[in-house]
Design a protein around this ligand. Structure first.
Ligand code: GLV
Ligand code: MN
Ligand code: MN
Ligand code: MN
Length: 402
């Protein structure tokens, strides 16, 4: 029999390899409802329909492909197709391609599911356009207030409500979707591993045990915009200097903690001219830790350190999103690990839609080894052999769960 999965996984990733390339950052920039992401959704629809799946987008922009009639107690496999700016080829797409491939393999083997099954593509997992990660799963499950979500804006000032209209959605209908959520009996997300966990374990696959508590905070600094040449150094109120102190404080606070991770990966200066002392600077903080208390403590420490910096500027810190520590359903995780021959369990520092759904429905994740240990970067990778092990694991699990 031809190796369908080898062909399919490669073909799936190959088919989208040219979509959303970021020539400046390298890798991919595929953002919600912008051209690359829309192209990927069309690709997903076409590929799912080729398998005879019925494709439908829910009121929050998540796309479902149903194998058989949509129904309650379904086994739903899913991930996302959007990326961080300059992201890798596997974070998200590997889960989608592998899910489609597992269904294709079962179909080719003549397997008839005994319960409903769907492949789900979540909207805006990375939060790269509207700032809140896992937006599609948060809206679906009610983990974000729909009014708050509608007012989120992208870097051009376009609101989520406005963007939803251009994507053919009714912004009034964004929000908790009990019908869609109620169909999920088990949610299973396969994802490339984003650190060195599987390298260190020497294993191709693991079942997720937990996700670190994590959140995002907007740190805003306001000073006095002025002329770079005509303004003496003494007495300046330069918010870029305040932000620089803050960034060092972020590193100092995380290093002083017992294992928190804190990052500033994005900064914006207004108005943003080489010869202009900015009037305002915004820096976004991503902080994560083993426990909710520890993550909150490191952010409190950072906030305290900002206020101690004497730069004549005002500083505010506003929470943009928060997910407490996620512990995946231990019984389901144990069942999956056993079915797969006793594969290891692994905790992760990366956020996932599965982490949001875990609060509402039985949820599990499978990680596929990333031999570079690097993610959110073009260097993210997974070998074909490990990708195939992931598809085979999904195939095995679906035979058991369906
Ligand atoms: C998503 O990958 C995140 O953890 O930011
Ligand atoms: Mn990611
Ligand atoms: Mn991801
Ligand atoms: Mn300092």
């Amino acid at each position: 029999m031809p190796d369908l999965s080898a062909h399919g996984v490669l073909a799936g990733l190959d088919e989208i390899a040219g979509t959303g390339r970021d020539l400046r950052a390298g890798g991919y920039s595929r953002h919600l409802w912008q051209s690359a992401e829309l192209e990927l959704r069309d690709w997903f629809t076409e590929r799912a329909e080729r398998l005879g799946l019925a494709v439908d987008t829910d009121r929050n922009g998540n796309t479902w492909a149903w194998w058989g009639a949509p129904g309650p107690d379904a086994v739903v496999l899913g991930s996302h197709l959007d990326s961080v700016p300059g992201g890798g080829a596997y974070d998200g797409p590997l889960g989608v391609v592998s899910a489609l491939e597992a269904v294709a393999r079962l179909q080719a083997a003549g397997f008839v599911p005994g319960r409903p099954c769907a492949v789900l593509v979540f909207a805006e997992e990375e939060g790269s356009r509207f700032g809140v990660a896992c937006l599609g799963s948060r809206l679906l499950s009610g983990a974000i207030d729909a009014d708050v979500a509608r007012k989120l804006t992208d870097r051009s000032g376009i609101s989520l409500a406005e963007a939803a209209v251009t994507a053919g959605l009714d912004p009034a209908h964004l929000g908790p979707d009990q019908d869609a959520l109620g169909r999920i009996g088990i949610f299973l997300e396969l994802h490339v591993e984003q650190g060195r966990g599987l390298i260190d374990l020497g294993a191709p696959l693991a079942v997720a045990s937990s996700i670190l508590a994590h959140g995002r905070w907007r740190m805003s600094f306001t000073g006095q915009g002025n002329h770079a040449g005509a303004t003496l150094m003494a007495g300046r109120r330069d918010p870029m200097v305040a932000a620089a102190h803050a960034i060092l404080a972020v590193q100092e606070a995380a290093l002083a903690s017992t294992g928190a991770r804190a990052t500033v990966g994005r900064i914006e200066a207004v108005p943003g001219g080489t010869n202009v002392i900015p009037s305002a600077v915004t820096a976004w903080l991503d902080a994560r830790a083993e426990s909710d208390v520890e993550a909150r403590a490191v952010v409190a420490d950072i906030t305290g350190r900002l206020q101690a910096a004497h730069t004549g500027c005002t500083a505010t810190v506003v929470e943009e999103s928060w997910t407490g520590t996620v512990t995946f359903d231990p019984e389901l995780a144990a069942r999956l690990a056993l079915t797969l021959g006793g594969i290891p369990a692994l905790s992760t520092g990366a956020g996932h839609d599965a982490g949001v759904l875990a609060a509402r429905v039985p949820t599990a994740m499978l990680f596929v080894r990333n031999p570079t240990g690097i993610s959110h970067s073009p260097e993210e990778f997974a070998t074909l052999a490990d990708c195939l092990a992931g598809v085979e694991a999904l195939d095995t699990l679906l035979r058991e769960l369906l």
